[in-house]
Design a protein around this ligand. Structure first.
Ligand code: CA
Ligand code: CA
Length: 288
């Protein structure tokens, strides 16, 4: 006699035939087959193993991206002032003739900062030897009033343009894939600009990412826990990419490799269920 029959029989003695009839139905459930049992055990095993291998990571917070249209206008105004002073100087003698205020402007003039929205200045970075990727997004919000939210915006080294997923709801499960050629320099750091940072209001109105699942070559690699902040968020890793780089020709014959970022959870926007990421960019080695 199995357990259910035993329980049903005992209850019927105490509670009458109505409940016994109900419980009898339960005795007709099929027992799981051996195959179903094995599938169940395998699923639990896989889930447990998966949970153990994917590390959860917290960011180090960096530069606050405090951008706005007003800020851009002020930047242009300052740039024009700088250029006027710059044009007065063609020799040391000219410099000596400058007023103290003009000298200060001249000394602080930053040639590398040519655009308000540029993420990197003109100085050399990892991108001097890298960034030769192509990007694919699972969905994209359609162009609105001439502004596009395409996949390439997530890696254009520009704070003004963002990728926004294009499905109904908050875009849970939507993803972006970076494809790298084999010779691409290795990556040791990922920097994320979360949300649509082109202004504080736009940032709050649109949704931001709370959790990103990162895959390397389609294998789960890490869960990136993002902070609800306009500060840049840094995650550091052991080098990603091909390390055996001495034989350049052989290196180029290896397969391309990928990093995928999948939205797992979001911070909801005040106005829209459009989840935005302005930028995911990199730093690394194998350059210089
Ligand atoms: Ca961008
Ligand atoms: Ca959406």
């Amino acid at each position: 006699m199995d357990v259910w029959r035993f329980v049903a029989l005992n209850l019927s003695l105490h509670c009458g035939h109505e409940k016994y009839a109900y419980l009898r139905v339960r005795t007709h459930f099929k027992r799981p087959t051996m195959r179903q049992l094995l599938t169940y055990i395998l699923t639990i095993f896989t889930l447990t193993t998966f949970a153990q291998t994917v590390k959860e990571m917290q960011p180090t917070l960096g530069f606050l991206v405090d951008k706005s249209v007003e800020g851009e206008l002020e930047f242009i105004r300052q740039q024009e002032i700088c250029e006027k002073v710059w044009n007065k100087v063609s020799s040391q003698t000219d410099y000596e003739k400058l007023s103290p205020a003009d000298k200060k402007i001249y000394d602080n003039f930053d040639e590398s900062n040519e655009s308000y929205w540029n993420i990197l200045g003109l100085g050399c970075s990892w991108y001097c030897g890298g960034g030769q990727d192509t990007i694919f997004a699972s969905s994209t919000l359609k162009t609105h009033k001439g502004i596009n939210y395409s996949a390439k915006n997530i890696h254009d080294l520009n704070y003004k343009n963002a990728w926004i997923e294009g499905v109904a709801g908050y875009g849970i499960g939507e993803y972006i894939v970076y494809n790298f050629p084999p010779q691409n320099p290795r990556i040791t750091e990922i920097i994320i600009v979360n949300g649509y940072v082109k202004s504080p209001i736009v940032w709050k109105d649109n949704s931001r990412v709370k959790k990103l699942k990162m895959y390397v070559d389609n294998k789960p690699f890490a869960i990136l826990n993002l902070v609800d902040s306009r500060q840049e968020q840094h995650f550091k890793f052991e080098p990603l990419g091909y390390g055996d780089r001495d034989n350049w020709e052989q290196l180029q014959t290896k397969p391309w490799w990928t990093i995928k970022f999948e939205i797992l959870d979001v911070y909801k926007g005040d106005q829209y269920d459009d989840t935005a990421i302005t930028e995911i960019y990199f730093d690394g080695i194998d350059v210089h």
